[in-house]
Design a protein around this ligand. Structure first.
Ligand code: NAP
Length: 247
């Protein structure tokens, strides 16, 4: 599944987890991947691996809560590479608490990091994609945004907001060869779920029909396909990669 010309793909949160796996797979499938996150050393190590394997990668340090800097980053990536074809908004955080105990700061931080940042990157990227007459946007949501999850009112609000946001982009951009889709992971083996208490991990496994956590590579496979040239007739969709949890 190799695209022509070489597609430039910006992936946020590419320093580990689902973002790293997606970057590696997309590079192996012929994209020039642009890795963004705060941990520059981790990004450089991944980019080196990709290049050693014959792929193309660049790295940019960024904090997605700095929204002015984030918009500038998208412009810079397009300037440096001459185009921007693919945007994967993957970076995200959790600040879990029961709603009655949730602070304003916990709510606002998650909305800023997981939702507003995507508005900023999509708006900036769409200008570039319209110029290139091609675009693929993936916003990484969560099963929490589809069915809700106790302790995650902030996170579910942001991830659910991403769904309406993405469907709107899909409708606004459908005639311009730009697609926008959501990938909604269930529980995946990454740093984000590493520290969950054992009882939560056990419960998550029980409510997942396939009976296990997903692997980052399984999310990457979905993201890789939806960002390919071949996926041009799929837009405005929410692909739950969740072992059946949301059905
Ligand atoms: P992860 O392993 O914790 O990785 C999160 C990534 O986001 C890291 O690369 C991190 O990089 C980056 N990031 C966090 N805050 C950032 C900031 N302020 N600026 C720039 N980058 C930032 O998480 P993951 O599990 O791979 O999650 C990826 C996406 O999937 C997230 O949107 C998450 O909500 C979603 N998701 C995950 C699961 C799951 O079970 N793991 C389930 C549903 C949805 P730096 O720390 O280097 O900046």
């Amino acid at each position: 599944m190799s695209d022509t010309p070489t597609r430039i793909a910006l992936i946020t949160g590419a320093s580990r987890g689902i973002g790293e796996a997606s970057a590696r797979l997309m590079a192996a499938n012929g994209r020039h991947v642009v890795l963004a996150a705060r941990s520059l050393d981790a990004l450089e190590a991944i980019a080196n691996d990709i290049e050693k394997a014959g792929g193309k990668a660049s790295v940019y340090k960024c904090d997605i809560t700095d929204h002015t800097g984030l918009a500038q980053l998208v412009e810079k990536v397009a300037d440096d590479h001459g185009r921007l074809d693919i945007l994967v908004n993957n970076a995200g955080i959790t600040r879990d608490n029961l709603l009655l105990r949730m602070t304003d700061e916990e709510f606002d931080e998650v909305i800023a990091c997981n939702l507003r940042s995507c508005f900023v990157t999509c708006r900036a990227a769409l200008r570039q994609m319209m110029r290139g007459k091609f675009g693929r946007i993936i916003n990484v949501s969560s099963v929490s945004g589809v069915i809700g999850n106790p302790g995650q009112a902030n996170y579910a609000a942001a991830k659910s907001g991403l769904i309406g946001f993405t469907k709107t982009i899909a409708k606004e951009m459908a005639s311009k060869k730009i697609t926008a889709n959501v990938v909604a992971p269930g529980f995946v083996e990454t740093a984000m779920t590493n520290d969950l208490p054992d009882r939560v991990k056990k419960f998550a496994t029980q409510v997942t029909p396939v009976g296990r956590f997903g692997k980052p590579e399984e999310l990457a496979a979905a993201i890789n396909f939806l960002t390919s040239d071949d996926a041009g007739y799929i837009t405005g969709q929410v692909l739950c990669v969740d072992g059946g949890m949301s059905m």
